[in-house]
Design a protein around this ligand. Structure first.
Ligand code: GDP
Ligand code: MG
Length: 700
């Protein structure tokens, strides 16, 4: 069949190539060639007085006339534009042209052109073939050699596409749609340009322990002297001077929810966490949460023991309670700085600020101010008069008015920058919070801000992100949340020891500890459970954000999720599971972790058949007429095609027929027809071995 197929397939391939490549050269060639062919006839042959010369000459003008007539009859753009020569195109010249084109087509096939092929994350066979200027049939054939069957419309992944392209002698350039984001956030600052920058501090702690009061107190104490009215406005972040002169930036949206929400979106803003614990109340559930959040983010912590002005204050109790949660303060021999403060009397605030400055010095925070700015949106709102207003904490470089910026799926040109004391400023350097006016829409807290070179780029990036956002939303709407199953898959993809992050909430400390202990025991050197936060009480929004940021599942033991938490979990797609029996919980997790172990495959031989004859059946393809030698063959079972004791093909049966009917099973001694899934090359005398594959799950 080969020689029959080849020219047929080659012709359509050659034609478009010729049309594209030749269009410009073929036409000018024709006018040049045509007169040359005509003039010798008219000038050379007539004078020579050959017998046929004279009769031949008169027909020439006739042909010309006829050509003109024809042109008048059917006037096309080509004809109208072409010169007189167009008339002389005869059947013969058309044939010559076709020959020439075919010749070209063949030689192009022989001397191969290596191209740089751009390969996105997924591509259809057809498109890949087009980009390589190869025939799709050849691509399919190549994939078939690798034992995989595809249709021309099938989509393959970038890795497979790359293999194919390289196999066919092309070079590959891999691109992802997300490449539009490339270069948005530049590589790390170079050393020689680095200058130290103020630390960025977030205050966390249990409700009513005085976070807001402390932020206000710090701000009032250190607001630029002489400013009337003190605080002019709340912009979500502010900067104060430490007593020794250094500056410190505070994020004015207290609480670990905001903190981790930002982290969940990939923004690392905070350099230091201040953990506020009321001296009269001690360590409370949200204190523990805050500790987990800070630890999960790997951010150093400073403890502020607040409300020491109160008679009932017992700072020592706070210190010992913190010990139970792995926080060792300095006065207890640990290395976590702690300060006794009062937001009301402002006692100890200077010391706290000095402590922050000291901690910042240890962290040696640096950034290059002389470059395009990068930062994070701390807060954003739609202001009636001013339009979208975003508080941006600049992290690197300097943000200037007039810059074109992108944040999340929004962009804009910086119209004005307003400082934390309400003054318009021209620019803002590293660790400086500013209100940015000029966004076209309201970005979200946690969105990273980057300066881009022009509006086109800004649009490109934000459109891509908006598209992604929509896709994610629709994926979520279709009920896909981050489930244990997803997690299992993610973990399967990871290398080394796979860890399963978990957030555990229980009704009493005893059960939480028991669960933690039991979870630690399951697992081996391949898989393990990791409890990133465990606590007593209902499942809160902060548990959900923590789980989201760490890709964890939340387990509730005899507790339920608050309404807000439930909604948040649905929104961000975090799975929350409830239990009231510890063994159920542990069994579930063990099952998931067992699932993370690759299964063992076991084969069960069913029988063997011999091919007596091979038939070609239209639509189905090749069907092997066989006799079952021993055992049975079953439809849908795995099969192996064996020729001369060599396995030629492994796959599945697509059809099993007994006479004209579909059969589920054919036993030894009987004859049957078999067709393979995606495989045609069976021959008379081949043996077909039929077997089942059992997946044996491994368990922990
Ligand atoms: P937040 O929920 O952590 O933001 O706590 P708030 O700042 O709203 O404070 C809760 C309550 O504690 C308020 O009534 C404050 O006045 C009070 N408070 C805060 N700090 C102190 C303090 O240092 N001493 C005293 N006596 N009360 C304080
Ligand atoms: Mg508050």
């Amino acid at each position: 069949p080969e020689p029959v197929v080849e020219p047929e397939a080659a012709a359509p391939a050659a034609k478009p190539a010729a049309r594209a490549g030749e269009a410009s050269t073929a036409r000018p060639a024709a006018p040049g060639a045509a007169p040359r062919a005509r003039t010798p006839v008219a000038e050379d042959e007539a004078p020579r007085g050959r017998k046929g010369g004279v009769p031949k000459a008169p027909p020439a003008p006739k042909a010309t006339k006829g050509g003109e007539d024809r042109r008048r009859g059917r006037l096309t753009v080509t004809k109208a534009l072409a010169g007189d020569e167009e008339r002389t195109r005869s059947v013969a010249s058309f044939k010559r042209r076709m020959q020439r084109l075919q010749g070209k087509g063949q030689s192009a096939e022989r001397e191969k052109i290596s191209r740089e092929v751009i390969i996105p994350e997924t591509i259809t066979i057809q498109e890949l073939a087009n980009r390589m200027a190869e025939r799709a049939v050849d691509v399919i054939r190549l994939l078939m050699k690798q034992g995989e069957m595809y249709k021309i419309t099938d989509t393959i992944d970038a890795d497979t596409a790359q293999l194919v392209a390289e196999e066919m002698g092309h070079t590959v350039k891999r691109v992802a749609e997300s490449d539009v984001e490339e270069g948005l956030f530049a590589a790390a600052d170079t050393d020689d340009r680095l200058e130290s920058r103020p630390p960025v501090v977030t205050i966390m702690g249990h409700v009513d322990h005085g976070k807001t009061s402390l932020l206000d107190a710090i701000r009032k104490t250190n607001v630029v002297a002489g400013e009337a009215g003190g605080i002019t406005q709340h912009i979500g972040a502010y900067q104060v001077a430490s007593p020794s002169g250094g500056r410190i930036s505070f994020i004015d949206t207290p609480g670990h929810a905001a903190f981790t929400a930002m982290r969940a979106r990939g923004a690392k803003v905070t350099d230091i966490v201040v953990l506020v614990v009321a001296a009269d109340d001690g360590v409370m559930p949200q204190t523990v949460e805050a500790i987990s959040h800070a630890k999960a983010a790997g951010v150093p912590m400073i403890v502020a023991i607040n409300k020491i002005d109160k008679p009932s204050a017992n700072p020592q109790r706070v210190r010992t309670e913190l010990l139970q949660h792995d926080v060792q303060v300095e006065s207890m021999g640990g290395d976590t700085l702690e300060f006794e403060v009062s937001a009301v009397t402002r006692a100890g605030l200077d010391e706290l600020l000095e402590g922050l400055a000291l901690q910042a010095e240890i962290l040696d925070l640096k950034a290059n101010p002389e470059r395009a700015a990068e930062g994070t949106v701390v807060e954003a709102k739609l202001d009636r008069g001013r339009g979208p207003v975003a508080t941006v904490l600049v992290q690197r470089g300097t943000l200037k008015t007039g810059d074109i910026i992108v944040a999340g799926s929004e962009w804009g040109r910086v119209r004005a920058l307003v400082s934390d004391v309400g003054e318009q400023v021209r620019e803002a350097g590293p660790s400086v919070p500013v209100e940015v006016l000029g966004f076209n829409g309201t970005p979200e807290a946690g969105d990273r801000v980057a300066v881009v070179e022009n509006e086109a780029r800004a649009r490109e990036v934000t459109e891509y992100r908006a598209r992604q956002k929509r896709e994610r939303a629709s994926a979520r709407a279709s009920g896909s949340t981050r489930s244990l199953a997803d997690m299992m898959r993610d973990l399967k993809e990871g290398a080394g020891r796979k860890e399963m992050p978990l957030v555990v909430k229980g009704d009493v400390q005893g059960s939480v500890e028991a669960i933690q202990g039991a979870l630690e025991k399951i697992g081996n050197d391949e898989v393990a459970a990791r409890v990133i936060h465990a606590g007593v009480g209902g499942i809160t929004e902060s548990d959900v954000t923590l789980a989201e940021a760490s890709g964890a599942v939340v387990l509730g033991f005899n507790v339920r999720a608050h309404k807000e938490a439930r909604e948040a979990a649905e929104r961000v797609g975090v799975e929350v599971r409830y239990y009231n029996i510890i063994y159920d919980l542990v069994d579930d997790i063990r099952a998931v972790m067992s699932g993370m172990l690759p299964p063992q495959l076991r084969e069960e031989r069913l029988g063997e058949a011999e091919i007596l004859e091979v038939f070609a059946v239209s639509k189905v393809g090749k069907v092997a007429g066989c006799r079952v030698q021993d055992g049975v063959v079953q439809r849908g079972a795995h099969v192996r095609l064996i020729r001369d004791k060599i396995v030629i093909h492994e796959g599945k049966l697509s059809q099993l027929k007994r006479f004209k009917d579909d059969a589920r099973e054919v036993v030894a001694g009987q004859e049957c027809g078999m067709a393979f899934e995606n495989y045609q090359d069976m021959r008379k005398g081949d043996a077909i071995e039929c077997y089942l594959v059992h997946e044996v799950r491994r368990t922990l």
